[in-house]
Design a protein around this ligand. Structure first.
Ligand code: ADP
Length: 252
């Protein structure tokens, strides 16, 4: 059975798509078969991976709402597969409200490809809406990127309540893989304090990964549609990203 990791935080701009892309790359580099699933209507992951969202005729939307087969794109440089999204998915939030068995739509859709992959990474939208909910229902694990900024960890209270709700009802197997402190500038004293607070408060709830530094190389690498390790293999952020993949491989 594949491990299905939902990369989830209701905050936007906390590097969910960036983390999905880079974690996917490192997992495949460790010999794993990986599929990335974009379930964010903003389609950043789809764009980062080099597909033009507006040009796509088939996305996760058609599979979720119209029962079409999942559109699987092979990413040559990344050696992973991608199931893309586009803006059509924003309508799904409303359409899913009245859909049969809506909570299980993504879980059932992914069942058809589970045999093919060791890891399926779901890039969730920045909300606690239905698309995030069905992602948590489909997932075996949840990974939470969290910015090392003033009280950013406070939003996790609501996030963890949502996770508990899913665990109590639709997905008892769901486990927390951990928190990834992100956008960390060690020269900034506020970031250092925030990292301490994240470690203190959230360390009691789950594993805290080594922080991913703030670096413009991330934006540059996605412009080239490459994970950081293929763009600048010696960049200091490569090591903590690779360590997350290693942890997932050994512990999930
Ligand atoms: P989300 O999916 O949570 O909305 P993204 O992955 O799209 O976030 O990232 C938002 C922006 O931040 C992008 O422009 C991305 O290139 C940039 N970014 C991601 N990680 C980092 C980082 N560690 N340092 C600096 N910029 C980053």
């Amino acid at each position: 059975m594949s491990k299905i990791i939902a990369i989830f935080n209701q905050a936007g701009g906390v590097a969910k798509s960036t983390l999905a892309m880079n974690l996917g790359y490192h997992l495949q580099d460790f010999g794993q078969k990986v599929a990335l699933v974009d379930i964010d209507p903003q389609a950043s992951l789809t764009l980062f991976c080099g597909l033009e969202p507006f040009d796509l005729k088939q996305t996760i939307y058609e599979s979720l709402l119209l029962d079409r087969p999942l559109p699987i794109h092979s990413l040559e440089s990344m050696k992973c597969d991608l199931i893309p999204s586009n803006i059509n998915l924003s309508g799904a939030e409303i359409e899913l409200v009245s859909a049969d068995l809506r909570d299980f739509r993504l879980r059932d859709t992914l069942e058809s490809i589970q045999e093919r992959y060791d890891f399926i990474l779901i890039d969730c939208p920045p909300s606690l809406g239905i698309l995030s909910y069905i992602s948590l229902v489909a997932a075996t694990h949840i990974l939470v990127p969290i910015a090392t900024q003033y009280k950013a960890w406070m939003g996790t209270e609501l996030l963890l309540r949502t996770v508990k709700r899913v665990q109590a009802r639709a997905n008892k197997q769901l486990k927390l893989a951990g928190f990834v402190p992100i956008l960390y500038a060690k020269s900034n004293s506020q970031d250092v304090r925030a990292l301490q607070a994240i470690t203190e408060y959230l360390g009691q709830v789950g594993h805290i990964f080594a922080p991913i530094p703030r670096a413009t190389a991330f934006a540059d690498s996605v412009e080239e549609h490459l994970p950081l390790a293929l763009y600048q293999s010696r960049h200091p952020a490569v090591k903590p990203l690779k360590a997350i993949a290693d942890y997932c491989l050994k512990n999930l």
